[in-house]
Write a protein that binds this ligand. Structure first.
Ligand code: PMV
Length: 324
């Protein structure tokens, strides 16, 4: 038997603009995770057992564009295995679906690790992330690659997608990825609207806006990129207070991109009124999660007001250089 886990994630700054080559900051959220167990099966075939999404089926019956099946087939191909052994792949996850917390990427990463370990050939992180990126295309359409990156490396990530004018792969290809230092740990409250939302749709809508007026939206994306750079500097020098207004400014630009929603705006307003230093939506938007930066004194008040304002689930995470 072989097993693997992968964490959830939140985007701190820079979602959507990152699809257009601007940088973004994302951090893992260890409190939620996807877990995969691979075991030998008594029955012939590769059985996918994913109770959270009511999926129990044999691999050959699943269409090639189903993300879980595509990940499994890709792993076998990379291992050079063409005759599939009898296996059961059990997938469970505590990461809310379609909520901007990287559930698809975490499931992919955990499958890739558990399956490659089952054959005693664990892939290096770069390969894990690259294979998970392939599956992200089924979930997201035109993903930047930030989700698979932060989930694979499980540490705070400064990310610029590949093929962008300002991005360059650390080794000449692929995205530009750096881990940044968190001088002073800070606390984030994550509030879930409970509204499932498709990142593919919101990314597609922003693309249509951009296509209709590229100069206007390039300026907006530049403004987001500036916020990301300022936020990274503030985190690296431990000026946590500066991050609150930067979150507020990033949220306003995401509203302009039309990816917020009444539920998200309500939770953002509730967090601010409860004393959060700043708040914004996180991820694809239109639903899913928002994040608020809090001091330890205000943390419980913010949690309580988020629940009162309709949050279905509230998580608290501390961002630090290495999360265990
Ligand atoms: O998976 P989500 O919903 O957290 O979205 C990731 C961030 C986006 O910038 C909206 C999309 C992407 O691929 O970068």
């Amino acid at each position: 038997m072989s097993s693997a886990s992968a964490p959830g994630k939140v985007v701190l700054f820079g979602e959507h603009a990152v699809v257009y080559g601007r940088p973004a900051l994302a951090v893992p959220v260890a409190q939620v995770h996807a877990d995969v167990e691979v075991s030998e099966s008594a029955d012939a075939g590769v059985w996918i057992d994913a109770p959270d999404i009511d999926l129990y089926t044999e691999l050959s019956t699943v269409p090639p564009d189903q993300p879980i099946a595509s990940v499994i087939r890709n792993v076998f191909q990379n291992l050079g295995i063409s005759t599939f052994p009898p296996l059961t792949i059990r997938i469970t996850s505590t990461i809310p679906l379609a909520s901007g917390m990287g559930s698809g990427a975490a499931v992919s990463v955990a499958i890739i690790r558990a399956l490659s370990c089952m054959f005693d050939r664990p892939f290096p992180d770069e390969t894990v992330s690259a294979l998970a990126f392939e599956a992200e295309k089924f979930y997201h359409g035109t993903p930047s690659g930030i989700d698979n990156t932060v989930v694979t490396f499980a540490r705070p990530v400064y990310f610029i997608k590949s093929n962008s004018p300002i991005g360059r792969g650390n080794r000449g290809e692929g995205p530009f990825i750096e881990t940044f230092q968190v001088k002073k740990p800070f606390t984030i409250v994550i509030g879930d609207t409970g509204v499932p939302a498709s990142t593919k749709e919101s990314v597609g809508d922003v693309r249509r806006l951009w296509q209709a007026d590229p100069p206007r939206w390039e300026k907006v994306f530049d403004a987001v990129g500036d916020i990301v750079q300022q936020a990274r500097r503030a985190i690296e020098v431990g000026e946590v207070d500066v991050l609150g207004p930067l979150m507020d400014a990033n949220h306003a630009l995401l509203q302009e991109m039309t990816v917020s929603s009444p539920e998200l705006d309500q939770l953002v307003a509730a967090a601010r009124s409860a004393g959060a230093l700043g708040a914004k939506l996180s991820g694809g938007g239109r639903g899913g999660n928002m994040i608020a930066l809090v001091t330890l004194e205000k943390r419980e008040q913010v949690e309580a007001l988020l629940r009162a304002a309709g949050a279905r689930r509230v998580l608290v995470t501390t961002v630090e250089s290495c999360q265990t």
